[in-house]
Design a protein around this ligand. Structure first.
Ligand SMILES: Nc1ncnc2c1ncn2[C@@H]1O[C@H](COP(=O)(O)OP(=O)(O)OP(=O)(O)O)[C@@H](O)[C@H]1O
Length: 269
């Protein structure tokens, strides 16, 4: 089992005019302590500007913390690495490559020979239900299909952690709901841990075993809720039935009022 850990992590961006936080300086994240193990999906919710993407960028190694340590299995993160794969809201696929070569791209970077790359990409596309789409151009795919190609690409390097920044945010409601179930199954099958950033309380409760709330100015983890509906969904209970349950509604209402009680970025700035 792998562990992604944040220990006393704080982040300040370089000072820029107009970007002062309520803390009186440009502290964006303060004293973040967090542990995510492989096989679990942790969701982070919070108001716009609370620092969710910054937290994910730190885990990805795109930026480094001002203080504190982020590590995978005790090994401090010093930059991006194949042990962590990021999926963004905008699929960020390479339009000049077909679906198969997009999925195989991380393997190309690792120097995996072409035939092996193609075979692995074929298996991954099959896994995400796009076995027939390998030679399709990206612009020939729907939004949901493109996100599935993005997820297959993220899985190609067999990461220990998936870092998901609003991966379903651009999809229509019906596709999003289907993709939630799909994401859950893929994540559980892959054996990778996942950190999911989402604006949707519904989505956080459906997918995550734990939901963490980030309060803004500066971003601090202020609440944690054990959700646990994902195991019921994996066992076959329809998402709509889960959403109709009194427990789901209670947790949803609790999280909604908690988030509304937090100051927003504009109010605090
Ligand atoms: N590269 C940067 N340089 C300076 N400030 C930044 C940078 N990136 C983000 N910020 C600031 O850090 C704060 C947190 O931004 P971040 O994007 O992490 O929040 P978020 O919770 O993901 O927001 P949203 O939900 O709107 O995507 C904001 O005040 C933002 O303006």
């Amino acid at each position: 089992m792998s562990i992604l850990s944040f220990r006393d992590v704080s982040l300040r961006y370089p000072q820029r005019p107009g970007l002062r936080s309520a803390a009186g300086d440009n502290l964006v994240l303060d004293s973040i302590n967090l542990q995510v193990s492989s096989h679990e999906l942790v969701a982070i919710i919070g108001r716009s500007g609370s620092g969710k993407t910054s937290l994910l960028n730190l885990a990805a190694g795109f930026i480094l913390p001002t203080s504190g340590t982020i590590a995978v299995d005790g090994e401090p993160i010093r930059g991006p690495g194949a042990d962590r794969a990021v999926v963004f809201q905008d699929d960020a696929l390479y339009p000049w490559l077909d679906a198969r070569d997009n999925v195989g791209f991380p393997l190309k970077l690792k120097g995996v020979p072409r035939a092996e790359r193609h075979e692995r990409a074929r298996q991954l596309l099959e896994l995400v239900g796009l076995g027939e789409a390998g030679d399709r151009h990206i612009w020939e795919l729907s939004g949901g299909m493109r996100q599935r190609v993005g997820i297959a690409r993220a899985l190609a390097a067999e990461p220990r952690f998936l870092l998901l920044d609003e991966p379903l945010g651009a999809l229509d409601a019906l596709t999003r709901s289907r993709m939630q179930e799909f994401l859950l199954r893929i994540q559980s099958r892959s054996g990778a841990g996942a950190v999911l950033i989402t604006h949707s309380i519904d989505e956080a409760l459906i997918l995550a075993s734990r939901v963490l709330v980030l309060s803004p100015n500066p971003g601090r983890l202020t609440a944690e809720i054990e959700a646990g509906f994902s195991s019921e969904i994996l066992a076959g209970t329809p998402i709509e039935r889960i959403k109709a349950s009194p427990l789901f509604k209670r947790l949803h209402d609790g999280l909604t009022s908690l988030i509304h009680s937090l100051p927003n970025e504009e109010a605090a700035a």
